[in-house]
Ligand binder design. Sequence first.
Ligand SMILES: O=P(O)(O)OC[C@H]1O[C@@H](O)[C@H](O)[C@@H](O)[C@@H]1O
Length: 295
Amino acid sequence: MPIEQLADRVLLKHPKGASAEILLYGATVLSWKSGSAANPEPTERLFVSSKAALDGSKPVRGGIPVVFPCFGAPTHPEHSKLGQHGFARSEVWIFDSIVLDNEAGVSVRLTLEPKASITEKYERPFHLAYVVTLAEHQLSTDLHVENTALSTTSPLEFQALLHNYIRASSDQVLVTPLQGVSYYDKTEATDELRNCPKVEQRTYVDVKRFTDFVYENAPGTYQISSPAGQVEIKAKGFKDVVVWNPQAETGVKIADMEEGGWERYVCVEPGYVRGFAQLNAGETWIGQQVLTAKL
Ligand SMILES: O=P(O)(O)OC[C@H]1O[C@@H](O)[C@H](O)[C@@H](O)[C@@H]1O
């Protein structure tokens, strides 16, 4: 059975060997096992901390959490009651439908709409759909945000991001091409420094030290290369990208991070996080990414 629905998750199996697992809580992709053209053996491409809670008690530390409607601590007045990274990663999504089920793609659609746990802290009407598609060497995850409000209301303003934890040795992994792109360095000590743009000078960006950089208007295609393999991310609609690895400096303070977990991944997160996407009533915005196992 290429698509299997369990009580709390959905399993996707591609006829050529790749597989993926999506937890309904947060619509979090927990696993993506894929071979590449050069190496057909399916290998795990994502990192999930062995201390991650998978029971819905807190967002999953790993995989691909969905960030919406705010990135980081809320800054928009309509988000003031929300926690860091918003509510999409900590609500149970609905399994909506099977979109595709053939060799070209094994694909499902999950949805999230306002419910009591959301409306008590966020008043805007919306409809989210998340389409996860598994191909032979690819995983695509597409977020559709619809403003379901009446036309008389002001536009919906939101941020969105796909928080990919890509499995890689953080000592050796390199992310390209970010040279020349401006970024904001969230590791700086003061607000003034955090809000002061810098320009990436490096051809190859590494995360050997604590890194939390928000690249603005980034190129949209990223290569993540390490001895463990190479994954390409191609993003559309997500104009920015965040590169994050806490290293031991801040990793030891993360309660659900396994010992030394920061050595085993890099987060490369396409998002719309500088400023807010604006969506008129009745309109839909789509943010997409395609992850390709290259090596
Ligand atoms: O611990 P959380 O809420 O999952 O966030 C993890 C990290 O997520 C990144 O996207 C942020 O840029 C970091 O600042 C943050 O620390």
